[in-house]
Design a protein around this ligand. Structure first.
Ligand code: MN
Ligand code: ZN
Length: 602
């Protein structure tokens, strides 16, 4: 029997859940029993399955439809008769243990049910073919047995990997055609090419010379990537064995989620192979379609994938330059007229955006990086320090014995500094209105990577050097393209590690998934890839999303802004600094996902 106390608790929980559901769906709650009942604290994101809801509700009344919503921890039941709704509500609210880890569910009446866009209903990227039941159960066993013999070549993030024919070199994402492996593709695979020719006559010529076998346990994934254009020809084939999985294809902010059934063959060719990234979100279950057009969750089990590829010996000549490593056109460097475009990119995708996100950005930037603070602390009292691109001024109050002056392009960020009584003014880092040879120290922290041409990046360092007195010291931080190769992992990627290990809460996971899938509004028409937050960079010139919540109350009202970044290769910053004649590099290091340099003016 429920006591008065626990009735109160149930009521409190119900009110809180109801408010969230209502604000996210824009559907008003109903104080009177109605035809619509939401389960406010269980849904696809908590692992609820359609089957379990139907089974449980049947005990109390007749549900006429069920709306499961992707990434949400609630779902809606629809009824034909209010009395049925009352029966289900009274039977289950605060009692039924359909929640995560068998917790009780809280229900609420609503005045409607939300329209749901099914992410699995989108059209496949052009050039994608999925052949279901490509191999039989017997062939599946034979293939698995064939690859169980040779020792594993290595493991990636707990994922077992074996290579045949040639080794796929993670890191450079290339193969060395001069170093074939002793273990070639097992002969058990030969039956596949005959089958392929029959089912897909246009590919009857295809016989791969490279095979990578990956073993994914539930919770494992692979970041969005494109198989290196210059390394392999079209198509790329992937055979899924032992378990279904959902693969996500992405292009410029669009995302298409595709179920790859067990024993199916995925063929990625043309646009799909060259112009879309593919990846698997690390999670223990997927959201999939039900036969009657609903959505449900499905637990993953161990999946073994066979990826078949054929080496390419000449540069890629695809029509899709954005992700093509054989072409330079993916980078802004080769676009003409360069300077004009670079300025425009910075205007639209740096300056305008920092004005819009200034307050939110500032809220997230409070703790100074220790090595920057240490650099500033080393200056003797009375030194003049200039912070070019000072943002919200978090470094302007570190060493209080020095005179610290900041400048930035964003009025919004400068007003944060002014309100903290810091000395700041507005200018561009390419032309700083400070007399030459006046400063004892100059810092540029996370600024130069927003400049869209090498000439402009060089100019900004030259400008730092000009402002410094002889013997003065400068410090530069820029974002590193390779966030992984370094021993110290950056916090940027570490924030994603929890997802990889499956340790992240469903709520956070949901938030991240939503971030990934938001449609991007490109403000000018340039062919730049949109980076997926908290994954490795695929390109040097990229647009990085910033998600802005416009107010605390309206949880759904968010906009995504794309900031331009040129992420630096190893040694790139060093080489740039070497082009500035009157400075000498004193220290070059990697810190918090950045390449960093300390230099001295000669
Ligand atoms: Mn791949
Ligand atoms: Zn290409």
């Amino acid at each position: 029997m429920t006591t008065i106390n626990s009735d109160k608790k149930i009521r409190r929980k119900q009110i809180r859940c109801r408010a969230i559901v209502s604000s996210e769906t824009n559907i008003p709650p109903s104080d009177e029993p109605s035809l619509f009942v939401a389960i406010c604290n269980a849904g696809l994101s908590t692992g609820l399955t359609e089957d379990s809801v139907i089974q449980e509700t049947q005990k109390y009344g007749k549900v006429s439809n069920l709306t499961m919503i992707p990434n949400k921890s609630y779902c809606f039941l629809g009824f034909d008769i209010v009395q049925e709704a009352i029966n289900v509500f009274d039977g289950m609210h605060g009692r039924s243990e359909l929640g995560q880890n068998s917790t009780v569910i809280y229900m609420s009446y609503f005045k409607g049910t939300p329209e749901v866009e099914n992410p699995m209903d989108k059209e496949l990227p052009p050039g994608t073919i999925i052949i279901p039941d490509f191999v039989t159960l017997a062939e599946e066993s034979a293939l698995l047995a064939a690859i169980s013999q040779p020792p594993t070549t290595g493991s990636l993030k707990n994922r077992l990997v074996k290579h045949f024919g040639y080794e796929f070199l993670y890191g450079s994402n290339l193969v060395d055609p001069d170093k074939p492996l002793k273990t070639t593709i097992p002969k058990e695979c030969d039956v596949l090419w005959h089958k392929l020719g029959k089912k897909q006559p246009s590919l009857s010529w295809f016989k791969p010379d490279q095979l990578t076998v990956n073993e994914y346990m539930p919770g494992h994934g692979i970041p969005p990537h494109v198989d290196t254009h210059s390394a392999f020809i079209d198509p790329i084939l992937s055979l899924s064995l032992e378990s279904d999985v959902v693969m996500d294809f992405r292009k410029n902010g669009q995302r298409v989620s595709v179920l790859l059934p067990r024993r199916s063959l995925l063929i990625m060719s043309d646009e799909c192979r060259y112009d879309w990234t593919h990846g698997i979100t690390p999670r223990v279950m997927d959201v999939i379609n039900t036969p009657n057009n609903g959505l449900t969750t499905q637990q993953r089990s161990k999946r073994t994938s066979f990826t078949f590829r054929k080496l390419r010996y000449t540069p890629c000549d695809c029509k899709y330059p954005t992700l093509c490593n054989s072409r330079k056109t993916n980078s802004l460097e080769s676009k003409e007229p360069l300077e004009k475009l670079a300025k425009k990119v910075e205007e639209m995708n740096v300056h305008n955006i920092y004005e819009k996100i200034a307050n939110h950005f500032s809220e997230t930037r409070h703790s100074p990086w220790p090595n920057v603070a240490q650099f500033l602390d080393a200056f003797p009292p009375g030194s003049i320090i200039v912070d070019i691109g000072c943002g919200n001024g978090k470094y302007l109050s570190i060493n209080k014995e020095t005179l610290q002056i900041g400048c930035d392009r964003s009025s919004g960020l400068l007003s944060v500094c002014s309100s903290n009584k810091q000395h700041v003014f507005k200018c561009d880092c390419l032309s700083v209105p400070i007399r030459s040879s006046t400063a004892d120290g100059v810092i540029s922290i996370a600024v130069i990577h927003h400049l869209a041409s090498e000439a402009r990046r060089l100019q900004s360092i030259t400008e730092m050097a000009r402002v410094l007195r002889k013997g003065g010291q400068g410090l530069i931080y820029v974002w590193a393209k390779n966030q992984k190769a370094n021993l110290k992992k950056s916090s940027y990627l570490r924030q994603n590690k929890a997802v990889n290990k499956g340790k992240i809460s469903e709520d956070e996971q949901r938030q991240k998934t939503e971030n990934d899938s938001k449609e991007m509004n490109l403000e000018i028409d340039i062919q730049l890839p949109v980076h997926t937050n908290r994954t490795e960079f695929q390109q040097q010139d990229v647009l990085v999303p910033w998600k802005l919540k416009s107010s605390q109350e309206s949880r759904t009202d968010t906009s995504t802004f794309l900031r331009f970044y040129h992420v630096f290769e190893e040694n790139e910053l060093e080489n740039l600094c070497k082009k500035v004649s009157d400075i000498t590099i004193e220290k070059s290091f990697y810190d918090q996902g950045n390449h960093c340099i300390v230099f001295r003016k000669l």
